[in-house]
Design a protein around this ligand. Structure first.
Ligand code: PA5
Length: 435
């Protein structure tokens, strides 16, 4: 089993080992809170035991739904917002071709709704859905979130208009609470196949439930391998190996030390464009879990080398606010090398025959050293390759480290009271009864 490798050398050099050693007892106490459930937010710790405690019939049910819907669907619409879509999108975009929308595969191409209220977005989506056969999953834990509710009303009307009510109902799956919420009620009344989001799993920690597993399987990816990766990472995160052999504890410790040392922003850095939704998922996980009571590193992201030509100047030389976490991938899925050119008019024959990955690796290492010289502490997290197994490992690793880090920071990592403020204003402006 390949493990996630974390290296904090390029961060610790800038803060000193004493500060790191000093925070370890607090981090160990935070881990105990997660395991024993004796701290605030303990009613949302169901994810700690995923995927071990996943209902064993779920994968089979999902595979049966994929077998039923995939052959008659060119597109699969995933309706959800925040934790109800980012995990699935992160895995799918990490694994599919960058040009998947242009190339017809054996499985439906996944498109997203419910994460925006843009009229233009829906108008363009419906122009596409007019032409292509499709099915839908609508995902909302509360079953009452406005954005996916509006999207589902629109998509349901389109689907019923296109296929008639009965066929439309057979093309819709709902993922929601077991008992409560408008979506639960609609699902029961309309007889949709339904999956339950466990009570004790919050949205941003739900990718290893049907919330993530169903769309990922519908897109044609191996959810058994994803779960295997998560299971292996869980074993290490929960084990009693020495502190420095537990990558989740190391990550939680170093980011808290850097925060206490004055860093305000954490940049997730990757050299693979396919990981841009990985950064989006991670931003929600850490931003919503830690950004409260005036505390927390603000999660942000940059892509190498693309953003070195836009954000690179600030990171190198602007206000010293940030630390970086570089997600490194050892092996690419494919091989492309620089061809020889006799005339060398572009002057890059020194790169003759080199793979793009070896050039990208030099760019990444050059960036790491330059940013460190510029006073930016850099943590590296390395996996062998990007596939279902390593994505499963990364999901569990980042979730567990997030819980530990949030408790070390002194917040409840499992609530999100700040998300309500915009909703109250919006409901008032829209004239919703009671606001
Ligand atoms: O992490 C969370 O709990 C949130 O980001 C939710 O996932 C998001 O607000 C969507 O909520 P719901 O699934 O209830 O529609």
């Amino acid at each position: 089993m390949e493990q996630i490798n974390i290296n904090i050398k390029h961060a610790i050099d800038l803060v000193g080992r004493e500060a790191y050693e000093a925070v370890k007892p607090e981090v160990e106490a935070a881990k105990r809170h997660l395991v024993t459930g004796d701290a605030a937010g303990n009613d949302f710790l169901g994810w700690v035991d995923l995927p071990e405690n996943l209902d064993p019939t779920i994968v089979g049910r999902i595979q049966a739904d994929v077998a039923r819907l995939a052959p008659k669907s060119k597109l699969f619409v995933v309706i959800g917002i925040g934790g109800s879509y980012l995990g699935a999108r992160m895995v799918i975009e990490a694994l599919q071709s960058e040009f998947a929308s242009m190339v017809r595969g054996a499985h439906p191409y996944v498109v997203y709704a419910g994460h925006t209220l843009s009229e233009d977005y829906y108008s363009q989506l419906f122009a596409l859905l007019d032409r292509e056969d499709y099915s839908v999953v609508v995902i909302s834990k509360s079953g009452t979130t406005t954005e996916p509710a509006v999207a589902f009303r629109l998509v349901k009307a389109h689907l019923e208009n296109k296929y008639g009510r009965d066929e439309a109902a057979s093309r819709i799956i709902a993922v929601t609470d077991a008992h409560r919420g408008a979506l639960h009620e609609i699902g029961v009344q309309e007889g949709y196949p339904m999956y339950v989001i466990p009570d004790n799993v919050g949205g941003r920690f739900s990718v290893l439930t049907p919330v993530g597993l169903l769309p990922i399987a519908m897109a044609g990816y191996d959810i058994d391998r994803l779960l295997e990766g998560a299971r292996d990472a869980r074993r290490i995160c929960l084990s009693s190996v020495p502190f420095d052999d537990n990558p989740a504890l190391v990550y939680a410790a170093i980011r808290n030390v850097l925060y206490r040392g004055g860093k305000k922003i954490e940049l997730m850095v990757s050299a693979l464009p396919s990981l841009r939704y990985f950064a989006e998922w991670w931003k929600q996980l850490y931003g919503e879990s830690e950004g409260k009571q005036g505390k927390g590193l603000m999660p942000h992201s940059i892509s190498i080398t693309t953003d070195l030509h836009s954000m690179g100047q600030y990171v190198q030389d602007g206000e010293r606010l940030m630390m970086e976490t570089m997600l490194l991938v050892k092996k690419p899925a494919s091989h492309v090398a620089v061809p020889h050119d006799e005339r060398n008019l572009d002057g890059i024959n020194y790169l003759d025959g080199k793979s793009l990955t070896s050039i990208n690796d030099c760019a990444t290492m050059g960036t790491l050293l330059a940013h460190k010289d510029g006073g930016v502490p850099v943590v590296t997290i390395e996996v062998e390759r990007i596939d279902e197994y390593t994505l499963g490992q990364l999901i569990y690793f980042f979730e567990f480290a997030c819980g530990v880090s949030g408790y070390t920071l002194g917040v409840n990592p499992f609530d999100q009271p700040g998300v309500e403020a915009y909703k109250k204003n919006m409901f008032h402006l829209l004239g919703k009864p009671g606001f």
